[in-house]
Design a protein around this ligand. Structure first.
Ligand code: ATP
Ligand code: MG
Ligand code: FE
Length: 345
């Protein structure tokens, strides 16, 4: 069964085709990063308008890449939430219109379920059960995953997400949006021991996080450097970037391993944009190896938003018998706010 997947929750238009037997057949992406860069963040109205421009050409591109015709598609999946309402509505409308006109089921998918299951698009594929560290631009959660649709929230951020902490700190350092990858690159030239930043909630007796204090600490450090040295030179900028990365990776890594220890599980899955971070990958690979366990990541280009993870999540839901394929009603709206554990069986 061939599933077309459409992602449009934020600033990436992603489209893909996944076959329930053969896996990922094709995927294509348009990122709006350059468009939003001038504003230092995503402008929702511009995002929606751009999704409209991109989505049909991307559908045509994946159909062509997979050597298929429109008639070969058996179901259409789309991100129903969470995300920007106007942006979600574009994908939802296009998906439902396509499904309706071809008499196919339309499958609403939770964006975070897409991220969560995206490591299954890499090789080797993680088996259930596993602990998942979900670290994206808007979410930071630790979950226990016992199967498709079986998600237990163990801990989450009380304020900013890890990706947000990267992005806000990067902005303070004058780096372009989204700052995470830029900050991480700059950190390679820095010495993380020069400036010490707090590790918020590292030793709290739970699996929760708090990152909003980190940007204040970065700001305070910046002011101190400016008062002492006048300006922030390139080396000190890199040193501070290294400290920010070290602080975030330290807390994320510590809590992920704490969850592994407490659960007794041997498999850790990391998903979401921050899962592309090299230092986080290195730390967790090493820690899990020491424990005789394994850590799984999505393919690098599928860490941030994409259509493949949406088509894949739909494929997993279909295979798990969680989708009523005979249900062909097309009035379903989007859910800009939607907790992942509401999906649990
Ligand atoms: P959500 O899925 O919660 O709605 P989102 O879709 O915006 O949020 P993703 O696309 O999963 O989030 O990830 C984007 C985030 O990942 C940004 O905050 C970005 O800075 C961060 N990120 C991407 N690459 C890296 C990296 N190498 N190091 C650190 N952060 C990174
Ligand atoms: Mg994005
Ligand atoms: Fe996302």
């Amino acid at each position: 069964m061939k599933i077309l997947g459409i992602e449009s929750s934020c600033d990436e238009t992603g489209v893909a085709i996944v076959d329930t037997e053969q896996g990922l057949l094709a995927h294509a992406l348009h990122t709006q990063i350059a468009m939003h860069q001038a504003y230092g963040g995503v402008v929702p109205e511009l995002a929606s308008r751009d999704h409209i421009r991109r989505v049909i050409p991307l559908i045509e591109a994946v159909i062509k890449e997979a050597n298929l015709s429109l008639q070969d598609i058996d179901a259409v999946a789309y991100t129903a939430g969470p995300g920007l309402a106007g942006a979600l509505l574009v994908g939802a409308s296009v998906a439902q219109a396509f499904a309706w006109s071809h008499n196919l089921p339309a499958i609403p998918i939770h964006h975070l379920e897409g991220h969560l299951l995206s490591p299954m698009l890499a090789d080797p594929v993680p088996a259930f059960p596993f602990i998942a560290l979900l670290v994206s631009g808007g979410h930071t959660q630790i979950m226990r995953v016992d199967g498709v649709g079986q998600y237990e929230l163990l801990g989450e951020t009380l304020d900013d997400a890890a990706g947000e902490a990267f992005d806000k700190s990067a902005k303070l350092l004058g780096l372009p949006y989204p700052g995470g990858p830029h900050l991480s690159k700059l950190a390679e030239q820095g010495d993380e021991t020069v400036y010490s930043l707090p590790r918020p909630m590292k030793y709290s007796h739970d699996l929760d996080f708090s990152f909003s204090g980190l940007k204040t600490a970065v700001l305070t450090t910046l002011h101190k450097i400016e008062a002492e040295k006048g300006t922030l030179d390139t080396q000190n900028k890199a040193n501070l970037a290294a400290s920010v990365q070290a602080a975030i990776v330290d807390v994320l890594g510590f809590k992920a391993i704490k969850a592994i220890k407490e659960s007794g599980l041997k498999r850790l899955v990391v998903a979401g944009g921050v899962g592309a971070n090299k230092q986080l990958r290195a730390f967790l690979t090493d820690e899990m190896q020491k424990r005789g366990g394994t850590v799984y990541f999505p393919p690098l280009q599928l860490c941030t938003d994409n259509g493949a993870m949406i088509a894949h999540a739909a494929s997993e839901r279909v295979k798990a018998g969680l989708v009523d394929l005979s249900h062909k009603q097309y009035g379903e709206s989007v859910r800009p706010r939607w907790a992942l554990d509401e999906l649990s069986l």
